[in-house]
Design a protein. Structure first.
Lengths: 294, 294
């Protein structure tokens, strides 16, 4: 089904990116729009898929991301860790009538802890397949929900999600701290101060209120509040990410404005890390899954 | 100014309560409305005050709460701890032309930590003056922002604020957890399970995401998510509240639906606590401050 070329779709909650992959594996056309799964009405996926083919050609579709969630087109149940691209290929949800397949997400479960991911796994395996990240390392993948992922032999053995990006946005948009969190976050002294406090195991929600108190009492300039608060959250995040894992090489993969913050915070925690821009790794991940299916 | 009777006003962010106190110290009339300070336009306080007198009589006003903040009528600067009702009486901000006075808030500062309170201090001193709480104890005062307050000899020696209520509301109203946080919070097994995890010093923002993962992976019924999440936040809160304080008698003061949760959570932490309904303590606190002024 895939040897004549196909369309790879990274279909998230609020947007989608589609790439046309030729028989030789090269990407020769692509587009991005804001038709994330939340904008597709019940029963509307065949039409939303037809739009993709109208733009990129009448090819089979290989899709990853929230399109396989319980709010997406067809649910692709989570596959437990450890898992590699071959595991995803084995558990594809194929919609024959539509010449389409959905890549499942990953789950992690042990006695104490449960976690899920959906979308990042394709990017991760693509990054590993193209040597952007080593086959054995700890990957930090910041975004709305930061993922700390342990890779061993190119497979995901465990991972942990931290709500850092979402909490920061909630605090900035409509909390008691909103009027303080207006400046851009920069990885300077205030940020690093916040990281040290976030690493300290004090209660995060107590430390968050103290930002307001410090500004009101003249202990911290208002202009530092956003960077300090981001530091608090990322310090707490790093404490979670470095817990219970082999402390091997750390790679921070994502958008540069975020990865630079995590690298600075890891330095405060006494760890060095390498930054990787993973934007193109999704295509490589889909290519790797297709290779395993053939 | 006060011996002929006065009006005590608890003027908060979103509502206000006013009580007419007679020459004998008794409260013989009162009302509550939603004219919190945020609803008063710039320059509008004299008129908002005139409304109070129109309803309760042409008496002097003794006011506490956010009316003394930088978004209130006249700013009453924070008074540092340790402080008692006599300290508040000494630092009243008197608006002579209006026959009105504003009670200042309290601040706490040491090398590591800053905190502020505005409004709770009047209620606390009132509770101490009427033996609702002992002169020496740790008071937990839950609300949008929970306050842990150390009282010694009836004076506040230190305190710590935790954003628990506000964070829970933000998560419930518009986060990835919103569709899970719909049931009422009850202090049963799921709540206690959350408290134990919150007490554990793991990252709060990692634990919050795990709520979603546990439900998606069938590890926890959806109906338990709200109680479990509240338990996580309150467990983290209690860990902050019991840090660095003398572990004396603990009083939980506030609305019963909240105090019962904190008492259950303190039990999980191996501590017993007594519940107190502090709703009427504000009047006693104002009475105590007036007594110190005379």
């Amino acid at each position: 089904m895939w040897s004549g070329g196909y369309i790879a779709v990274d279909w998230g909650t609020t947007n989608r990116r589609a790439y046309r992959i030729g028989p030789d594996g090269g990407c020769d056309a692509e587009f991005e729009d804001e038709k994330g799964i939340l904008s597709v009405k019940s029963g509307g996926f065949p039409r939303a898929v037809a739009e993709i083919r109208a733009r990129l050609g009448d090819q089979p579709l290989m899709m990853g991301g929230m399109v396989g969630s319980n709010r997406g087109w067809v649910e692709a149940p989570y596959v437990p860790c450890p898992a590699g691209p071959e595991t995803l290929a084995e558990h594809l949800v194929v919609i024959d009538a539509e010449r389409a397949a959905i890549v499942p997400g990953l789950s992690y479960l042990d006695g104490n802890r449960a976690d899920v991911m959906r979308g990042e796994e394709v990017q991760l395996f693509g990054a590993a397949a193209t040597d952007l990240v080593p086959a054995d390392c700890l990957v930090c993948h910041p975004g709305t929900h930061n993922k700390w992922v342990q890779l061993a032999g190119g497979r995901v053995t465990s991972f942990r999600t931290v709500m850092t990006g979402e909490l920061f946005n909630l605090l900035r948009e409509r909390s008691i701290l909103s009027d303080l969190l207006v400046e851009d976050v920069v990885p300077g002294a205030a940020f690093r101060d916040g990281v040290r406090r976030g690493l300290s195991r004090e209660s995060l929600s107590a430390q968050l209120f103290s930002v307001r108190a410090e500004v009101l009492l003249g202990q911290r300039p208002r202009s530092e509040a956003a960077s300090f608060t981001s530091g608090l959250l990322i310090g707490d995040d790093i404490r979670a990410g470095l817990a219970d894992v082999d402390h091997r090489q750390i790679i921070v993969m994502g958008r540069p404005e975020l990865t630079q913050l995590y690298v600075a915070a890891l330095e405060e925690a006494g760890r060095s890390a390498r930054e990787v821009d993973g934007e193109r790794a999704f295509i490589a991940g889909i290519r790797e899954i297709v290779r395993q299916v053939r």
